[in-house]
Design a protein around this ligand. Structure first.
Ligand code: SF4
Ligand code: SF4
Length: 368
């Protein structure tokens, strides 16, 4: 499997081109173009405003101005001729449809029912894959969720979100290692009655006799099981499917991780490529709730395991998380998710690559 860096290459070129202009405008003034302006502002590029077909004739563009064609490609035939047939034509700067949509999607703050939260029920794992983005294979001592603290956090998040989120993902490490998992499911449901709850597991414990109460709880609290069948684990998929059908539990199989691990390449020094965060699938998607705070992603939330194991110092600052008990509105949480955090500077997305899946040898070369 090849990691597609085409978007990142395009954005790098795009930003470099924009730096040649000190007077930039965006053609279009709807949501996607406003999100493009927000993204450029994050990247340190200022724009002078929006141009539309109605306002185009009124603007006296200064010398050296450029206009970014921010509208969808379907408006190209309408917009482009207007810009280049003016008495004084101006430079028009293009962006692919993919880039326009990705930027808008990544920097748009989510509504509560579009906003996902991840909670580790156990930080450690019984499989220990290489390159785990939760650093689970590097956890030295078993570490379980503090349910009482999590209950306070869920209560607060429920107040802020009106009791409904996109998806609550319970994972780890391996969540089924947590012997209080039934209590965890019950607690989540107490505060989020209608939110989809998905439990991500490698499945190794699903058929264990001690999991009977877990299957009952999945049915009772309407929680789905997301099973990732890794190679060479000897999982009896048919037996697990039968079990789920018997217990009337929603079981989904995630095939995508079956044979590949993604190397999340960390850089020892913070990178200057502040535009790259929109090419990270975790951004504005894998928000981690941990100890009263929300982190941008598992990498930033659990980097302390990496630091402890390899004696490194990838820093987490106050700006890398948002404290839900000190936040007055859900909008602040959603806005936080839609912007890069300082830790993003350590992520060398341009060098992310897929490797064949295998168990971890706990080498730093799995990340650096
Ligand atoms: S099974 Fe999942 S949590 Fe466990 S080491 Fe592998 S990727 Fe990480
Ligand atoms: S720190 Fe930023 S770029 Fe790195 S994985 Fe997290 S969200 Fe993505």
């Amino acid at each position: 499997m090849i990691y597609d860096h085409g978007l990142l290459d395009e954005l790098g070129n795009f930003i470099n081109i924009l730096k040649r202009y000190d007077k930039l405008y965006i053609y279009g003034a709807a949501h996607n173009q406003k999100m493009l302006a927000k993204y450029l502002d994050i990247c340190g590029i200022s724009t002078r405003g929006f141009v539309t077909s109605e306002t185009l004739g009124d603007i006296a563009f200064p010398a050296g101005a450029g206009v970014i064609l921010g509208l969808s490609d379907k408006y190209y035939n309408e917009a482009y001729p207007r810009l280049v047939t003016r008495e004084k034509p101006i430079d028009v700067i293009f962006l692919s449809e993919r880039a326009k949509h990705t930027i808008s999607y990544k920097v748009t703050p989510r509504q509560p029912d579009e906003y996902n939260i991840e909670i580790n029920l156990a930080d450690h794992c019984n499989l220990n894959c290489q390159m785990c983005d939760h650093f689970s294979q590097l956890v030295k001592e078993p570490c379980f969720l503090d349910i009482d603290e999590c209950e306070r956090d869920l209560n607060r998040l429920s107040e802020l979100s009106g009791g409904r989120l996109g998806i609550i993902k319970l994972l780890g490490g391996e969540p089924l290692l947590n012997e209080d998992i039934v209590k965890c499911l019950k607690t989540v449901r107490r505060y989020f009655a209608d939110t989809p709850v998905w439990i991500y597991t490698n499945g190794l414990l699903l058929l264990s006799p001690r999991m009977e109460a877990f299957w009952t709880a999945c049915k009772e609290y309407d929680c789905a099981i997301e099973l990732t069948p890794y190679p060479m684990t000897g999982l009896d998929i048919m037996a697990i499917r039968r079990k789920a059908a018997e217990r009337e539990v929603d079981l989904r199989l995630t095939e995508v991780c079956e044979k590949y691990s993604l190397k999340y390449q960390l850089s020892a020094h913070r990178l200057e490529s502040g535009y790259a965060f929109v090419d990270c699938y975790q951004k504005n998607h894998c928000n981690v709730l941990k100890n009263g705070k929300i982190y941008a992603c598992p990498m930033s939330a659990y980097i302390h395991y990496f630091n402890e194991y390899f004696n490194r110092d990838f820093r987490i600052s106050e700006s890398d998380h948002i404290d839900i008990h000190e936040t007055s509105s859900f909008e602040e949480i959603a806005e936080f998710a839609s912007r890069p955090v300082p830790f993003c500077g350590y992520c060398d997305i341009a060098h992310r690559e897929f490797h064949e899946w295998k168990r971890s040898e706990r080498l730093i070369s799995e990340y650096i």
